[in-house]
Ligand binder design. Structure first.
Ligand SMILES: [Zn+2]
Length: 328
């Protein structure tokens, strides 16, 4: 039985696993601070944990335990020198591995059909990680890029779509797959912010040309701007690509009043983006989505946006048709 047949069978069973959303959250993710008062703080995860409990969402998601012994998978994206350097960081090194393990557990559970989709509330984030042997933009290992490789190599999902709606450009993810046509990377971001990359002319190279899509959004961009860009630029490309698996670099620093961002998005805006991505996954790959936390630096706003995202992953039922815009 193929994964698609398994997914279709699960979809037909009321109350089946098809309606379950996996959730990764570990106290250990709050066990380090980059610096006193740093915006990438343990309080970000604490706020998410409290809000998940207060809204009742914590009881409705299926907790997933991070995989262990993940270094061989990390090595698919990062060099030996980088891994050695990060492992030498006494407090953060093990937590960075645990975050990767969380993302991989989510991919595994979705591939096996144990859950329909999953959200990973992890620290540290990952999409700026390079192979420099040090932190890049609060990131150490590229959780999402490693998860995409794992989906391909272990779960036998050949084509992976990565949607990155963090305020910042995922330069590490772009670098990981820049010449690779098996991973379609789509990013909306503010290109003048850190790390200063992400211009639209960077479309990939060699075989990967056309599989890297950067959309630079202006300061003050609102929910409808992002929904419009995703409907017009992401949906047609994603449906033509026909991914076997979808991964979201879920940064919420585009939320209004974020400490580091300048976009003006609301919780509902992130729910709308979630529905668009769920539509892509429904049409192409049996609803398989793993979403992994990236940024979001005003803890209570982050918590609200995360809960809107998780509630949508749990409840929304995409229709099996293309959007009106896509038919044009
Ligand atoms: Zn960010």
């Amino acid at each position: 039985m193929t994964q698609k047949e398994i997914s279709e069978q699960q979809a037909s069973l009321p109350g089946s696993v098809h309606h379950l959303t996996g959730y990764v959250f570990e106290d250990a993710f709050m066990s380090y601070e980059l610096d006193f008062g740093h915006p990438e703080s343990p309080e970000r995860l604490a706020a998410i944990g409290r809000r998940m409990e207060a809204t009742g969402l914590a009881k409705r998601v299926t907790r997933l335990a991070p995989l262990t012994r993940v270094v061989p998978h990390i090595r698919k994206i990062h060099t030996e020198a980088h891994v050695t350097a990060i492992q030498a960081l006494k407090t953060i090194g093990p937590v960075a591995e645990l975050a990767v393990g969380g993302a991989l557990a989510a991919v595994k559970a979705v591939c096996q059909g144990a859950v329909r989709n999953a959200f990973c509330a992890v620290r540290p984030p990952g999409h700026h990680s390079l192979n420099t042997g040090r932190e890049e933009g609060f990131c150490f290992y590229n959780n999402v890029a490693i998860a995409a490789k794992y989906a391909q190599d272990v779960c036998k999902m050949p084509k992976v779509l990565i949607v990155d709606w963090d305020f910042h450009h995922g330069n590490g993810t772009e670098a990981s797959f820049y010449d690779d046509p098996s991973v379609l990377y789509f990013s909306t971001h503010y290109a003048l912010a850190y790390p200063g990359t992400g211009y639209p002319e960077k479309q990939g190279k060699g075989q990967g040309l056309g599989f890297n899509i950067n959309v630079n959004m202006p300061c003050g961009a609102v929910d409808d701007d992002f929904a419009g860009v995703c409907t017009q630029m992401l949906v047609p490309r994603a449906d033509a690509f026909k991914p076997d698996f979808v991964i979201v670099s879920a940064g919420f620093d585009g939320h209004a009043n974020d400490k580091l961002g300048c976009f003006d998005m609301s919780d509902e805006g992130f729910a709308a983006l979630t529905r668009i991505v769920m539509g892509i996954a429904h049409r192409n790959c049996g609803d398989r989505i793993v979403s992994v936390l990236e940024g979001g630096y005003t803890p209570e706003d982050l918590a609200g946006a995360v809960c809107a995202h998780v509630k949508t992953l749990l409840e929304y039922e995409p229709e099996n048709k293309l959007t009106a815009n896509h038919e044009l």
